[in-house]
Design a protein around this ligand. Structure first.
Ligand code: NAD
Length: 375
């Protein structure tokens, strides 16, 4: 949305959640405070429990009031949910059920997972540095359709010990077109190239996918480059030459796998942000949820050693895509790069010769770098 159409107030709902969620979100709050103090950007922030923390307080992982707040917000930032304390509960009342309900009610159909290799961490990649240096690709995965939701589904007993399981891969043109639009809009702000990925050689859904993406491209984004690739080839190309990609758009199933594969090119879970976007409303505002890819990491929770960068980079995605504040997002990203270049590392990204630091000290260092950049 153009800045002049932005509502004066930016309404942000923060859901810290469980485990390391509150610890990493705390560092983002400090950066938000910095933006308000030093750059004059006001955010109206509401913070509410979700997941296990909400179960302990309200008896449910996502209360109706929190859902209302999410629907009313311009964007939602989530830490992580879950933990051993709630593992014995029935699936529909577990912390993760709250997150699933939130995604469903916000109708978040496009999942964005960037794979960015920061120069200072190039050796953390399992691939050779020359293959991944300066890698910056974005995978857009369709999130609410396809084989994970298609009907019919189920396991039938055929008798005599024989059973039959069915899942249905199904897509409509509008489901494909809306996620294709998200991918083209993103590419327009980046490298201007979209690679659409399916299996049109063996699946009708792939044929429809290819035709609809091609149509959206011709009708609405002819200035951008569109290529097509089969999903199996894409899996190979991601490790052979990942830098050939700018934006990849693909369905729910292939996106699930390819985004995890791409994530590993960067080497560390504590560094991976994500965004999930829904349909635009009348004012052009898309519903949006931003969250790190990692979970609540109960094994290290409460020790102030988690890496806050995945959550901070999720927040910079929010600045870019929900608030059109690309310059501020760039400034925060640059501060993160500076700190890593200076050798500071949380335990998960530690390597010989670097300086190990806590969650809070990493936050301190990023704020100092922001101060220094601002002069
Ligand atoms: P996890 O991502 O929480 O942790 C996997 C490993 O990575 C752990 O060793 C952990 O210490 C480490 N790790 C994760 N994030 C880190 C960070 N920021 N800094 C340093 N190290 C980090 O996955 P898990 O252990 O499979 O799941 C733990 C809990 O989180 C479970 O209850 C699971 O259901 C939940 N979970 C939630 C989400 C979510 O909220 N979106 C996603 C995945 C898992």
């Amino acid at each position: 949305m153009p800045a002049h159409e932005m509502p004066a107030q930016r309404k942000l709902l923060i859901l810290p959640g469980d485990g390391i969620g509150p610890e990493v979100v705390r560092q983002v709050r400090r950066v938000i405070d910095w933006l308000s103090r030093r750059r004059g950007f006001a955010f109206v922030i509401e913070e509410r429990p979700v997941g296990g923390a909400a179960i302990d307080l309200d008896g449910v992982p996502l209360s109706d009031a929190t859902l209302e707040a999410a629907l009313a917000a311009d964007a939602v930032l989530l830490g992580a949910v879950g933990g051993p304390k709630w593992d014995g509960m029935p699936f529909d009342r577990r912390p993760e059920a709250g997150l699933l309900r939130l995604r469903r009610e916000l109708a978040l159909f496009a999942n964005l997972r960037p794979a960015i290799v920061i120069d200072a961490l190039v050796d953390a990649s399992p691939l050779k540095p020359e293959l991944v240096r300066a890698l910056d690709l974005m995978i857009v995965r369709e999130l609410t359709g396809g084989v994970y939701f298609g009907e019919p589904r189920g396991i039938a007993d055929l008798g005599d010990g024989e059973r039959r399981a069915v899942n249905t891969q199904v897509y409509t043109s509008s489901e494909v077109r809306r996620v294709a639009r998200v991918a083209f809009e993103l590419a327009a702000r980046r490298g201007k190239r979209v690679c659409s990925v399916e299996k049109a050689n063996v699946m009708e859904t792939g044929v429809l996918w290819r035709e609809e993406v091609t149509r959206v491209h011709a009708d609405e984004f002819p200035a951008l480059e569109l290529t097509h690739m089969y999903a199996d080839n894409c899996a190979m190309q991601l490790v052979r030459n990942p830098r050939q990609f700018d934006v990849i758009v693909t369905d729910n199933l292939f996106g699930d796998m390819l985004s995890d594969e791409a994530a590993m090119l960067t080497g560390s879970l504590g560094m991976l942000p994500s965004a999930s976007l829904g349909a635009p409303d009348a004012a052009g505002r898309r519903r949006a949820l931003y969250e790190p890819v990692h979970g609540s990491a109960p094994d290290i929770a409460g020790r102030d050693i988690a890496n806050p960068i995945a959550t901070l980079l999720s927040f910079t995605m929010m600045l870019r895509y929900s608030f059109d504040l690309a310059a501020e997002a760039d400034a925060i990203d640059a501060a993160v790069h500076t700190v890593l270049k200076g050798g500071m590392r949380t335990a998960d990204i530690m390597s010989p010769g670097m300086a190990r630091c806590s969650t809070t000290v990493m936050g301190d260092a990023i704020l100092r770098a922001l101060d220094k950049q601002a002069g």
